[in-house]
Design a protein. Structure first.
Length: 252
């Protein structure tokens, strides 16, 4: 909590005010991927299959990390994402009637939640699913104008940057349906990613790996095993810096 200030009269003492702080503990969560590749493929592929597989592993790691930082609940060795950092009072339901007026009000509710909690919004940003993005880009007013398109083509919505990801699902059921999604708004100056180490990518032609039921020796199979490991955690310094709009069916 922050410092307080007060007006005083002449020759009066200034009231003492102390900032209240606490500790935020981050512990690394291990994200890993492992892919065995036939050495014959490596020897005779052009371009090199190893580079293609390595790049695909890194993309898969980034996608899974993205999901964790948005929606994972912190159990099972995963980080706790934005959805579960947001306090219950900052999770609001979208109007069931989807039209431009209601959508505009709903977007404003997210910003209002942060403003009401005195969040400075120095680095605000939205996050939503591709379906939501498509709706906001194509919705028209009664005169045939696209109210959001021009600024979204510049990479902002209501003046704030936005991100689009398939890691925000479109099959949620918070409102009783089966096609709902969420919209996120946060002050990302309060969002912290703790990296325990840099991304580690290793390759070995002698390693053994578990295929789900058995231990397989790469050497006897004439394979090379590529392994990728990242260690990190995710936290929000003030939970009121995150707001979530759920029960969203825009464009469904």
């Amino acid at each position: 909590s922050g410092v307080t200030a007060s007006y005083i009269g002449e020759n009066q003492n200034i009231a003492k005010s102390e900032m209240q702080t606490g500790q935020l503990t981050m512990t690394f969560k291990k994200l890993a991927a492992l892919v065995p590749i036939s050495n014959a493929l490596l020897r005779y592929s052009a371009p090199g299959a190893d580079a293609i597989v390595r790049n695909d592993i890194v993309r898969a790691m980034a996608q899974r990390e993205n999901q964790a930082f948005i929606r994972d609940d912190g159990t099972g060795g995963t980080p706790k994402g934005l959805r579960h950092w947001a306090p219950a009072a900052s999770v609001v339901g979208a109007n069931a009637t989807v039209n431009l007026a209601n959508v505009t009000v709903d977007l404003g509710k997210l910003i209002l939640k942060l403003m009401e909690n005195n969040v400075p919004i120095t680095k605000g940003g939205f996050g939503f699913a591709p379906r939501t993005y498509h709706y906001l880009m194509t919705v028209q007013n009664t005169n045939g104008f696209f109210p959001f398109r021009d600024e979204m083509l510049r990479g902002v919505l209501w003046g704030y940057p936005y991100g689009v990801t398939t890691q925000i699902p479109v099959n949620l059921t918070d409102g009783g349906g089966t096609n709902e999604t969420e919209v996120y708004f946060a002050d990302f100056d309060d969002v912290v990613i703790g990296e325990a180490q840099n991304l580690i990518v290793d390759a070995s032609a002698e390693a053994a790996y578990h295929d789900g039921s058995n231990v397989v020796a790469a050497y006897s199979q004439d394979q090379t095993v590529i392994r990728c490991i990242a260690e990190h955690d995710f936290a929000v310094r003030r939970d009121v810096s995150v707001a979530v709009l759920n029960k969203v069916t825009w464009g469904a």
